[in-house]
Ligand binder design. Structure first.
Ligand code: PRT
Ligand code: ZN
Length: 303
C-alpha cells in the first residue's frame, strides 16, 4: 500500500461503526470530554473540541487501518487484533502496533466448546476433531502449542450451530455470559484467549501536535478508568472506633476527618476509595460503629 497522508495536527481514530464496542467506545470519548455530533451517519467525523477525527468502520478493519498507518489510533477487541496480527505476519504484511491502553469494556474469552454429551477428560480428546471457528489463527496457534492435531474449519459467523449441522465436532468461539453455548447444548472445555477492548496505536511516528493530543487523551482515559470503580465515602464515626473504621475502607489513603457540630464523641470521615465499596463493606463499617454512611460515584479523577 502506498504511504498514506494524514493530517499533521489531528489524530485519526478508528472505532466500530455498529456493534458491541460502538457505544462503549463513544461513551469513553464522551467521558474524556471529546464531543462528537450525530455519529454513525458519516464515515469520518471531526470532534468539535479536541484534535481528533473518528473513522467509523467494521471492527475487523481496525487492526489493518492502524497497522497500515491509515489511522493513528483504533479501539478494537484484543481477539480481533491478535487474529489479524498473526494473519498479517504470516502473509508478510505490516503487523506492528502498540497497545496504549487496555479498556474496561468488551470483555470476553475465546473458548473451545464441545457438544454437552461428548466425553472430555483432557485436551488430548480434541485430537482429530474438526473445530469450527472465526479465529483460525488463534485456534491454530493454540493447537500447535499444545501439540494437538485437529482440523480447523473457518466460518465467518454462526459458529455455534456448526456441530448441529454436522460441519464440525467442536467450536472455538467468543463467550461472555455463556448463554449462547448453553442454548446450543455446548460446553466450554478450554479458554484459549482472554480479551478486552484496547486502544491501539500505529507504529508510525506522530507529529508534536498529535503526540501532545494523545498524551492528553491517555491521561483523561486513565482518569475515567480510575474513577470507574472508585467511590467517595462519607460517614460518621465514633472517635474511639476511628482506627478500626479506617482499616475497613477499601483502597483509601488519608481520609479527611471533620468535627461534628454538637457531638464531641464523633467525627465525620470523607475518603476516596480506589476500589469498589460493596454492601458487605458498609455492613462491616456499621458494625464497627459508623453511621450515616453515604457512598457516592466519582465521575473523573486526576491524581
Ligand atoms: O459488524 P462488525 O464486524 O463491526 O461487528 P462484529 O459482528 O464482528 O462484532 P461484534 O459487534 O459482535 O463484537 C465486537 C467485539 O466485541 C468482539 O470482537 C469482542 O472483542 C467483543 N465481544 C465481547 C464479543 C462478545 N463479548 C460476545 N459475546 N463479541 C461477540 N460475542 C458473541 C459471540 O461470538 C457469541 O456468538 O456473543 C455470543 C456469545 O455471547 P454469550 O453472552 O451468549 O456468551
Ligand atoms: Zn467484525
Amino acid at each position: 500500500m502506498p504511504p498514506v497522508t494524514l493530517p499533521t495536527d489531528r489524530l485519526r481514530l478508528a472505532i466500530q461503526k455498529s456493534g458491541r464496542l460502538s457505544t462503549d467506545s463513544l461513551d469513553l470519548l464522551k467521558s474524556c470530554g471529546i464531543k462528537i455530533k450525530a455519529p454513525k451517519e458519516k464515515l469520518l467525523l471531526h470532534a468539535d473540541n479536541f484534535p481528533v477525527d473518528l473513522l467509523f468502520v467494521r471492527d475487523d478493519d481496525i487492526p489493518q487501518l492502524v497497522m497500515d498507518g491509515v489511522c493513528d489510533l483504533g479501539i478494537v477487541g484484543q481477539n480481533v487484533l491478535e487474529e489479524s496480527s498473526l494473519e498479517r505476519r504470516n502473509a508478510g504484511s505490516r503487523h506492528a502496533y502498540s497497545v496504549e491502553r487496555v479498556l474496561d469494556f468488551g470483555g470476553c474469552r475465546l473458548a473451545i466448546a464441545i457438544p454437552e454429551e461428548r466425553p472430555f477428560s483432557s485436551l488430548k480428546d480434541l485430537e482429530g476433531l474438526r473445530i469450527a471457528t472465526s479465529y483460525p489463527q488463534l485456534t491454530g496457534r493454540f493447537l500447535a502449542e499444545q501439540n494437538i492435531k485437529a482440523d480447523v474449519v473457518t466460518l465467518s459467523g454462526s459458529v455455534e450451530i456448526a456441530p448441529r449441522l454436522g460441519l464440525a465436532d467442536a467450536i472455538c468461539d467468543l463467550v461472555s455470559s455463556g448463554s449462547t453455548l448453553e442454548a446450543n447444548k455446548l460446553r466450554a472445555v478450554e479458554t484459549i484467549f482472554k480479551s478486552k477492548a484496547a486502544l491501539i496505536r500505529s507504529d508510525r511516528s506522530l507529529t508534536a501536535e498529535k503526540s501532545h493530543a494523545l498524551d492528553i487523551m491517555l491521561s483523561r482515559i486513565d482518569g475515567v478508568q480510575k474513577a470507574a470503580d472508585a467511590k467517595y465515602i462519607m460517614l460518621h464515626a465514633p472517635k474511639a472506633a476511628l482506627a478500626e473504621i479506617r482499616k475497613l475502607l477499601p483502597g483509601s489513603e488519608n481520609p479527611t476527618i471533620l468535627p461534628l457540630a454538637g457531638d464531641d464523641t464523633k467525627v465525620a470521615l470523607h475518603a476516596v476509595c480506589q476500589e469498589a465499596v460493596f454492601w458487605e463493606t458498609m455492613e462491616s463499617l456499621k458494625k464497627a460503629g459508623a453511621s450515616s454512611i453515604l457512598v457516592l460515584p466519582i465521575e473523573k479523577m486526576m491524581l
